[in-house]
Design a protein around this ligand. Structure first.
Ligand code: NAD
Ligand code: IPM
Ligand code: MN
Length: 357
């Protein structure tokens, strides 16, 4: 059996880290005799937009819907295309149309990387952010009135549905139950956002009876961000709405030294549509072209994709490989964000060689 994978590098450093993601993916596939059928697409990038006037071809859904997974780099190039145009025209369409309602984002302090938090070592930070990925604050309900006048009004509604919230909570509860600490933390802002957020809290409580082994706590998002910095060891599985999950999944990896290593899985758990795997970071215009982007976010996303496709041993081999290369700490190989003076390619090649064994 062959897995059909849609490969979309996107913009900026997406184009630099994707080759290293593929190098690791292909090394793991060769070692574990996994048959991959990689199909490359140039759409869902700002270059495509400049040529075609839209981010995606009209038949993008048809072209991608039968893929077993989508492997994405990063998208956005604000100098040429406004971010809301490029993102709503690509990544956010994929998440919504393919009903990828779970955005799973591990956050782990890796060996050899120095946390900016004093005295934190590997093992102290090891949790998942489970981010609701199709509704919430990322809604297209709203509008503008009286544009250009003093009476201008802009409205954008938060939309939460019982189906949408319950299904991501269920995923988070089950993930917590499967982990040794069995701990779930819910992020809300129920003191200030007084309709949607207390209702989210109620849904968390309503489901807790089905998972008696899972201990549940909740924090308002403001103090939760402080606790990520002060007490990252408290967290095991953190579940949050779309916007809060977005913010927490940059803050968490920052506490582990760099957002360059953070991966994500945009999952359609039912398998009706393809799931999408991509680093947490964006196109990083400030370092694009220098060849110094850390490729581990892309490589770790490849590991999550292999696990999702039913090859956990291949995924684990990738994780073991980048952990080993990081632990060795060869500054000539490592990228600058993790204390080295190597390149995207030197780090990617070292990891692929380690996967091959
Ligand atoms: P960013 O993640 O692109 O960059 C933030 C900072 O982190 C920059 O200083 C960058 O150099 C650094 N960084 C990011 N990835 C790195 C890596 N692999 N190695 C080393 N350093 C890395 O965020 P931004 O600057 O806010 O956004 C730039 C563009 O990317 C915008 O168009 C934005 O909308 C888009 N974006 C896309 C995604 C995505 O595709 N999923 C995610 C975030 C931002
Ligand atoms: C992410 C990104 C996207 C998001 C942006 C680029 C729309 O920040 O994947 O975390 O907010 O979801
Ligand atoms: Mn983000």
């Amino acid at each position: 059996m062959s897995h059909r994978i849609a490969v979309i590098p996107g913009d900026g450093i997406g184009k630099e880290v994707m080759p290293e993601g593929l190098r690791a993916l292909e090394a793991a596939a060769a070692r574990f005799s996994i048959n991959l059928n990689l199909e490359h697409f140039d759409f869902a990038s700002c270059d495509y937009y400049l040529e075609h006037g839209q981010m995606l071809p009209d038949d993008w859904f048809e072209q991608l819907k039968d893929a077993d997974a989508i492997f994405y780099g990063a998208v956005g190039w604000p100098d040429t295309v406004p971010d809301h145009v490029s993102l709503w025209g690509s990544l956010l369409q994929f998440r919504r149309r393919f009903d990828q309602y779970v955005n799973l984002r591990p956050c782990k302090l890796l060996p050899g990387i120095k946390s900016p938090l004093a005295d934190r070592k590997p093992g102290d930070i090891d949790f998942y952010v489970v981010r609701e990925n199709t509704e919430g604050e990322y809604s297209s309900v709203g509008g503008k009135m009286f544009e250009g006048t003093d009476r201008e009004v802009v409205i954008q509604e938060t939309v939460m549905t019982r189906t949408g919230v319950d299904r991501v909570l269920k995923y988070a509860y089950e993930l917590a139950q499967s982990r040794p600490r069995k701990k779930l933390t819910s992020a809300t802002k129920s003191n200030g956002i007084a309709i949607t957020m207390p209702w989210w809290d109620e849904r968390v409580v309503a489901m807790s009876g089905s998972y008696p082994e899972v201990s549940v706590d909740k924090f308002h998002i403001d103090i939760l961000t402080a606790n990520f910095v002060m007490h990252p060891d408290w967290f095991d599985v953190v579940v949050a709405s779309n916007l809060f999950g977005d913010i927490l999944s940059d803050l968490g990896p920052a506490c582990t030294g760099t957002i360059g290593v953070a991966p994500s899985a945009n999952i359609n758990p039912e398998g009706t549509f393809p799931s999408l795997f991509e680093p947490v970071h964006g196109s990083a215009p400030d370092i694009f072209g220098k060849g110094i982007a850390n490729p581990i976010g892309q490589i770790w996303s490849a590991a999550m994709m292999l696990e999702h496709l039913g090859h956990p041993e291949a995924g684990q081999a990738i994780v073991d490989a980048f952990e080993a290369v990081l632990a060795e700490g060869d500054e000539a190989i490592l990228t600058p964000d993790v204390g080295g003076h190597g390149t995207t390619e030197s780090l990617g090649r070292a990891i692929a060689e380690r996967i091959t064994g």
